[in-house]
Write a protein that binds this ligand. Structure first.
Ligand SMILES: Cc1cc2nc3c(=O)[nH]c(=O)nc-3n(C[C@H](O)[C@H](O)[C@H](O)COP(=O)(O)OP(=O)(O)OC[C@H]3O[C@@H](n4cnc5c(N)ncnc54)[C@H](O)[C@@H]3O)c2cc1C
Length: 434
């Protein structure tokens, strides 16, 4: 390889591509390397693409709300067209069911501080908006093999919070390819079907990477954006012990079911997060409903080898999620054949990401995205690029973690929240909610 690169980015998922785009805009010559054949077909490709704003920390809410601008103005962000098409954002709005599992007063406080637009729905309003639902509280979420699952509840839900600017991107792989095209237009390069197996260093400075075929590519900056493989790359860089927050690959199933008769999800459905039943759901192509687990305590956590895990939907998890959804939507037809996808979350110890430098000069990390950072990728790409530029110019980010100013909201985000040496954040939901 004859070209000289300023920065090598390991991974061409949505966050790797957004980081390349932003670094390229700043004049860095970047190379993304991915073991897959194209951009966005790692865990991003199976993301549900939900864009919602409730997170358990103020900085999480601020990043997510800032991200709304990008999804509402996708073509403007990209600055280019893409012959593969431009990914569509479905602005359904998001219903966030108030439940005993989530601290609504805390999230409301963050919403008010950040300025998130929302409507506070009482039970009567919720009933008028979701006419197909049963409004009993089923809390705590249970699996169908628990006899308590079938008990008839007597309590009702309190209501919900509705954020009208939320929704989902139906084709996250395409959105990633859009950013790849945008980055290429700014001079970025991409190398596919190549696996990074080593990070070379000398005197605690990054020298570059080594590929599986022993090719060496040099760059003084290497960024780990390898998704559920992040812990492997952290190990290659010799940083497992220096990162006090660890990351692991967690298997996650998402299921697709037909709606009840007379209900058209694509016309009338919202993105809904229902921690009262431990599930989220939204409309899906083909006028179906897509549903996933919100990680309630009853669902087992399956940490796996990211290169060797079961990609088949399992009857037990399918039954658990679909039956829970059927409690909320009693007319839901239960299909005979489970359908859905299986992929991995790159989960950190506290389900908050690591967006940081490292103890190795020139080595940066955007990892631990814990099933909830697709939506934030454009903001994270810009924040990572600014962090890299500052640190490379001598800023001591460890002594005083950077404050990042969100360009559209004008608010600052304390990147200390995403530091590799933070204490486990007790305010986290310790779930996909973040
Ligand atoms: C089922 C599911 C549903 C989700 N739903 C949502 C949602 O609704 N909303 C939301 O905001 N987030 C969601 N997420 C999370 C979101 O998808 C991720 O946070 C985001 O896609 C992570 O992007 P990434 O670029 O960091 O990782 P990835 O897309 O995983 O990209 C990493 C890339 O690195 C490559 N790679 C790894 N190791 C190497 C190596 N050694 N050499 C070369 N290449 C390597 C991989 O091939 C991969 O392409 C979901 C995730 C899953 C799995």
């Amino acid at each position: 390889m004859e070209k000289k690169y300023d920065a090598i980015i390991i991974g061409a998922g949505i966050i790797g591509c957004c980081t390349a785009f932003e670094l390229s805009k700043m004049g860095y010559k970047t190379l993304n390397i991915d073991k897959e054949a194209t951009a966005g077909v790692g865990s991003t490709g199976n993301s549900c693409g939900n864009v919602r704003f409730y997170y358990s920390t103020r900085d999480g809410v601020a990043l997510a709300y800032e991200s709304a601008w990008y999804w509402h103005n996708w073509r403007e962000y990209l600055e280019v067209d893409d012959e593969r098409g431009i990914a569509e954002f479905h602005n359904t709005g998001s219903v966030f069911i108030k439940s005993k599992a989530l601290n609504w007063p805390k999230i409301k406080k963050h919403f008010d501080e950040v300025g998130v637009k929302y409507e506070d729905w009482d039970l009567a309003t919720l009933k008028s908006k979701l006419p197909y639902a049963d409004f009993h509280s089923f809390y705590p979420p249970k699996r169908p093999d628990d006899p308590a699952f079938y008990e008839e509840p007597t309590e009702f839900l309190e209501g919900a919070c509705f954020t009208p600017e939320s929704g989902y991107v139906g084709d996250p792989a395409l959105s990633t390819q859009n950013v790849e095209a945008a980055a290429k237009a700014k001079g970025a390069d991409f190398l596919y079907n190549k696996r990074v197996i080593g990070i070379r260093q000398q005197d605690n400075k990054v020298l570059g990477i080594t590929l599986e075929d022993n090719t060496q590519i040099d760059a003084a900056i290497v960024v780990n954006v390898s998704g559920p493989h992040s812990f492997q790359v952290t190990e290659m860089a010799g940083q497992l012990d220096n990162n006090l927050i660890k990351t692991k690959a967690l298997r996650h199933e998402v299921h697709v079911v037909a709606p009840p008769k007379g209900f058209s999800p694509l016309d009338e459905g919202y993105h809904t997060n229902d921690t009262d039943i431990g599930a989220y759901f939204r409309p899906e192509a083909g006028n179906m409903i897509l549903t996933g687990s919100a990680d309630p305590a009853c669902d087992p956590k399956e940490f796996v080898d990211p290169d060797n895990f079961d990609r088949q939907v399992t009857p037990a998890q399918w039954k658990s999620q679909v039956y829970r959804l059927a409690r909320r939507i009693p007319e839901l037809p239960i299909p005979n054949n489970p359908a859905g996808i299986v992929d991995l979350y790159d989960v950190s110890d506290d389900w908050l990401p690591i967006y940081d430098k490292s103890d190795l000069d020139g080595y940066y990390q955007a990892i631990g995205t814990s099933g909830n950072q697709y939506k934030n990728a454009p903001v994270v790409g810009a924040m990572m690029a600014e962090l890299i530029k500052k640190v490379e110019n001598g800023y001591d980010h460890d002594a005083q973690p950077m404050e990042y100013t969100l360009p559209h909201l004008g608010l600052t985000v304390a990147t200390a929240t995403f530091h590799r040496k933070r204490e486990i954040n007790p305010n986290s939901s310790f779930s996909v909610v973040g």
